[in-house]
Design a protein around this ligand. Structure first.
Ligand code: C2O
Ligand code: CU
Ligand code: CU
Length: 585
């Protein structure tokens, strides 16, 4: 039976399904794997918008959303040490956020559920890249809307480069020997539109159905993201060849790890090398070997019916069909034996162990919530107005997650990359023994709760107003409230009591032409958050922690009356001032 389907099988008559078991030899029509364009910073302009895309090669286009395009977004290239600046324009019909998954940055730049970008506005976050070379991603994180907005196609990859990685003999020519593979699946209705469900019937790689890629006969690097709403993919090749894991979520491993399968959960990334040398003219498929997964792993359940039933459930299926072509002029032909020199965190340095629980919501009556398939952290649904933890700045902490849930959950935390200490008492596997920001917490098995421990250091960015999040990266679970938040607080400096009113400031020149300058009456103060609204009160521009030395670029504003609301770094309270853009500029 051909598992590599183009259309939702559930819409096909049973007779077709039966007939199909006899048509093994039927040729599959592949589509060329789309490779997203790259954008090289340090300045990035991103436009999020609702659009249409011809995802199913014939028939109706699909209603999608894209970033600088029709589905998904460009791959952003950043270098460790540089300061990246963004103009993010939300032209969607809805509010959204854009989260930098895996990045260590100020909470106010993080793009979590608190950093909302209303439609028609521009958000300008920036930060200095301190992350190690690895594959990260960006995606919307609007509470209760994450599944919907990711389903429509919003997201993109980020490649961080650094000196350590650049010095290694690894493939790094994007799209040639260094190939991004974003794994996801979707369900289409009979009008070719996405159905917002946790499990799709059709595999998509980089937004391409039945993807095919011609790859050179040499060592290739695949940067693989599980961008699915829920499904895990047990990655391997159709000929069971060995591949080499070189990196996890947040950095390179110390040495490549030879494997034939790697189980990738929602939100996780893995970088692998695979050697196609001397195989020109051959073909091989990258597959998900999900038929053997335990039924507590997303995609390993067998649902014959009901809302979670899907064609790919508990099956092995092709993700990318590779045709191997000629090698490039200077191919990488060997797998390196060593990679990074990681200094991992030491459990002896942890100042505390934070204990979290994951449980099924069934039987939870206070609050009486959700359906029988919902899941919950610390017996409390996500509450925007409740801070779950205060983490002292500089703390090294062990987070210990005990799960009584029958299902497994990929647990993700913002702000930090961590090291896994143990999964059910066992040390992490070699491929997971590096930097991670998602860890899979297995389901309760044989009456035994699952316990996962990781260690992280909370450095650099303290903010008592904007929190960081932790949550299950299955978007459905997250949207249903399987999330919490923490603030990082600087406890060593005696912070004076925040004022009750915003600090006074002057705007000049007023009327303004191209640049508008802001000066606090108290020169010690800095701006924490600036928002510019038009005369009708509509937000136009949001500037987290702006550097105001060079003023604010208002050259694109039409002549008229505006309001600038500024929160200073001390009181964090807002004060508004009126300014005018003159007609004669
Ligand atoms: Cu990729 Cu809070 O998420
Ligand atoms: Cu994240
Ligand atoms: Cu979950």
């Amino acid at each position: 039976m051909n598992l590599f389907i183009s259309r939702p099988m559930r819409f096909l008559p049973l007779a077709y399904l039966l007939a199909c078991t006899a048509c093994q030899a039927q040729t599959v029509s592949y589509n060329t794997l789309w490779i997203p364009d790259t954008l090289r910073g340090p300045d990035f302009n991103l436009v999020m918008k609702d659009t249409f895309s011809q995802i199913i090669p014939s028939g109706n286009q699909t209603i999608t959303a894209g970033i600088n395009g029709k589905f998904w977004g460009p791959t952003l290239i950043m270098y460790k040490g540089e300061t990246v600046h963004f103009n993010i324009k939300n032209q969607l019909n809805d509010s959204t956020t854009l989260h930098w998954h895996g990045f260590h940055l100020p909470a106010v730049m993080d793009g979590g559920p608190h950093q909302i970008i209303p439609p028609g506005t521009t958000w300008k976050p920036y930060w200095t890249v301190t992350n190690k070379a690895a594959t990260y991603w960006y995606h919307p994180h609007l509470h209760e809307m994450t599944e919907a907005q990711i389903t429509k196609g919003l997201g993109g990859l980020i490649i961080v480069r650094d000196d350590e990685e650049s010095a290694l003999p690894l493939p790094r020519t994007y799209g040639v020997d260094d190939i991004p593979l974003v794994l996801t699946d979707r369900d289409f209705n009979s009008a070719n539109q996405f159905v917002e469900v946790p499990y799709g019937d059709s595999m998509m790689v980089n937004g391409t159905l039945r993807a095919q890629h011609t790859a050179p006969a040499q060592v290739l690097r695949f940067r693989i993201l599980n961008g699915a709403i829920e499904r895990s993919y047990n990655i391997g090749f159709s000929d069971n060849r060995t591949f080499y894991v070189i990196g996890s979520d947040g950095g390179l491993l110390n040495a490549p790890v030879a494997l034939t399968r790697y189980l990738l959960h929602a939100g996780e990334r893995v970088e692998i090398l695979v050697n196609f040398s001397g195989q020109s003219g051959q073909t091989v498929d990258m597959k998900a070997f999900n038929s053997t997964l335990s039924n507590f792993i997303a995609g390993g359940e067998s649902f014959p019916g009901g809302p979670f039933a899907n064609y790919l459930g508990k099956k092995d299926f092709t993700m990318v069909h590779f045709k191997i072509g000629a090698a490039t002029a200077q191919p990488v032909t060997a797998i390196p034996t060593t990679l990074a020199n990681n200094v991992l965190l030491n459990a002896a340095d942890a100042v505390l162990t934070r204990k979290l629980t994951i449980s099924d919501s069934a039987g939870v009556t206070n609050p009486p919530i959700l359906g029988p398939n919902a899941f919950i952290i610390n017996h409390k649904l996500f509450d925007f107005n409740y801070n779950n933890y205060t983490v002292p700045l500089g703390n090294t902490e062990i987070w210990e997650i005990t799960s009584t849930s029958v299902f497994g959950h990929p647990f993700h935390i913002h702000d930090v990359e961590f090291n896994i200490l143990s999964v059910n008492g066992a040390a992490p596997t070699a491929a997971q023994a590096g930097w991670k920001d998602v860890v899979f917490v297995p389901g309760r098995t044989n009456g035994q709760n699952s316990v996962v421990k990781f260690i992280a250091k909370f450095e650099d960015y303290a903010d008592t107003l904007h929190p960081f999040m932790y949550h299950c990266h299955i978007s459905l679970h997250e949207d249903e409230g399987m999330m919490g938040q923490f603030i990082v607080k600087n406890t060593s400096t005696a912070t004076s009591e925040p004022g009750t009113a915003g600090a006074n400031f002057q705007l000049f020149p007023n009327p303004a032409a191209d640049r508008l300058y802001l000066r606090f009456d108290d020169p010690e103060l800095q701006a924490y958050y600036v928002r510019i609204c038009d005369a009708a009160g509509r937000t136009l521009l949001m500037l987290p922690q702006p550097d105001l030395h060079e003023g604010i670029d208002v050259s694109k504003f039409k002549p008229g009356v505006y309001f600038l609301e500024c929160r200073d770094s001390q009181s964090k309270r807002a004060l508004s001032k009126r300014f005018v853009i003159g007609t004669s500029r």
